[in-house]
Design a protein around this ligand. Structure first.
Ligand SMILES: [Zn+2]
Length: 92
């Protein structure tokens, strides 16, 4: 009747998987379009030149990867870069 192949656990955050991010980055660098796992729209790349970090953002649904760096060892997800650029903490 209803053969819904609906997974009970939707991959809502595929970018939590670093392997996914690495493969997406690899494809992007080789000039391929990287399809969004949700809606198959194309990811755009955001670049934060100040810190040398990148991020994929879906052009349609807005699904975004965490900020990451691309180094010699491959992709490295940056730790929470919130708004901690200004070192206002005075307790050393
Ligand atoms: Zn999308």
């Amino acid at each position: 009747m209803d053969d819904s192949a609906k997974p009970s656990d939707e991959p809502r955050a595929p970018f939590e998987n670093v392997a996914f991010l690495e493969s997406a980055w690899g494809r992007f660098r080789s000039g391929e379009a990287v399809p969004c796992p949700r809606d198959e729209a194309t990811f755009a790349l955001s670049v934060d030149g100040a810190v040398g970090a990148y991020r994929f953002v879906c052009t349609r649904c807005g699904l975004a990867s965490p900020w990451f760096e691309s180094g010699s060892g491959g992709v490295r997800v940056r730790a929470h870069t919130h708004e901690g650029e200004h070192g206002g903490a005075s307790g050393a």
